[in-house]
Design a protein around this ligand. Structure first.
Ligand code: UDP
Ligand code: MG
Length: 141
């Protein structure tokens, strides 16, 4: 199934100069970048993005981190895009991330783990509508 998913290069990935490498890894998997922007989000937006994790002990730390500096948000499209991005990103904890994955290469910790990828087609739709409302009507359908 051709799907769309949301990926973020988190503030640590931007600060570490890894944007180009990360885009390259996605493109080499055959994914198309169909929307792309760099922004710094505020805490309210961060809380909404991670709302499903609001009861976790690390929620506040995560909100502070993801809103701490510029990040790169993109919509990726392709066959099995949701799972492809999560495979290329690697496990949440970089200590458990497989060799060659983005988190294995670049992530420093469990919070500052360099990338985000939507975890289902349903969540991808919600995240795309949050992060790219400007494209919804005309472009994404
Ligand atoms: N996270 C954290 N501490 C943890 C687990 C997760 O700070 O113990 C952060 C981390 O940045 C992760 C995000 O919360 O990417 C979302 O967690 P999730 O379990 O959804 O991991 P993901 O889907 O990003 O691999
Ligand atoms: Mg997740």
């Amino acid at each position: 199934m051709v799907e769309k998913t949301l990926s973020l290069v988190k503030p640590d990935g931007v600060a570490g100069n890894h944007i180009g490498e990360i885009l390259n890894l996605y493109e080499k998997e055959g994914l198309k970048i169909v929307a792309l922007k760099m922004i710094k989000i505020n805490k309210e937006f961060a809380r909404q993005h991670y709302i499903d994790l609001k009861d976790k002990p690390f929620y506040q730390e995560l909100v502070d981190f993801i809103s701490s500096g510029p990040l790169v948000a993109m919509i990726l499209e392709g066959e099995d895009a949701v799972n492809t991005v999560r495979r290329v990103n690697g496990a949440t904890d970089p200590k458990e991330a497989a060799e060659g994955t983005i988190r294995n290469k670049y992530a420093k910790g469990k919070t500052d783990n360099t990338v985000h990828g939507s975890d289902s087609v349903e969540h991808a739709k919600r995240e795309i509508s949050m992060w790219f409302p400007e494209y919804l009507d005309s472009y994404l359908s």
